[in-house]
Design a protein around this ligand. Structure first.
Ligand code: TYD
Length: 188
């Protein structure tokens, strides 16, 4: 099973992912927790770019994030799924659509680049108000400002392949909602 967590910077997905991982392990599942940008060389290069060391054109960023994704899938995600693990993933195709479209890249072109990619079984969107998310985001990366996060939120709102989780609530309430959503899928 392949589960993706999406949301704005500061939506709380990293803490939730860790708690969900623990919960799934306690239930007896083998879990592989990962995320994008990945830890391969393209992912590490992206992390460097995200600090703002040099300017990169948005279409180039869309291509790099997509290349990182293909490589990450081949090297890490597909092998983990083949071993029967649950892959829990922070960010995926919808991050490129939301963030790079917010930078002005054509969403259709991003979809085209990603059209043959493995589809997640479940994508959860941790829906938090941009003003709240920006207060929590503190990694100092280039996209962490209110104006841009508003645009990203607008782009996320256009996507209809995610299950919305109200992430404005307490961490415990959000965790409960995520557990319910995943629990439903596991029973099928
Ligand atoms: P983030 O989830 O914040 O990583 P971490 O919590 O490990 O710092 O992701 C890094 C940033 O990259 C974030 O601002 C979103 C952005 N991003 C894109 O712009 N496009 C993408 O395709 C992906 C995967 C991330």
């Amino acid at each position: 099973m392949f589960i993706v967590l999406e949301g704005l910077d500061g939506c709380g997905k990293t803490s939730q992912a860790k708690d969900i991982r623990q919960w799934l392990i306690q239930k007896g599942y083998d879990v592989h927790l990962t995320g994008e940008p990945s830890n391969n060389k393209i992912g590490l290069f992206l992390r460097e770019l995200l600090t703002g060391v040099r300017e990169v054109q948005p279409p180039t960023l869309a291509l790099l994030f997509t290349a990182d994704r293909y490589w990450h899938l081949d090297e890490e995600i597909k092998p983990a799924l083949d071993e029967g693990k649950i892959v829990l993933m922070e960010r995926y195709v919808n991050s490129t659509i939301a963030y790079q479209a917010a930078q002005g890249v054509e969403a259709e072109w991003i979809r085209e680049l990603n059209k043959n990619i493995l589809k997640p079984d479940l994508t959860l969107f941790l829906d938090i108000k941009p003003e709240k998310a920006v207060k929590r985001a503190d990694s100092g990366e280039i996209f962490e400002n209110r104006e841009f996060q508003d645009k990203v939120y607008e782009q996320y709102m256009k996507l209809d392949d995610m299950l919305r989780i109200d992430a404005n609530k307490t961490q415990m309430d959000v965790l409960y909602a995520i557990k319910n959503a995943i629990g439903d899928r596991l029973q099928r």
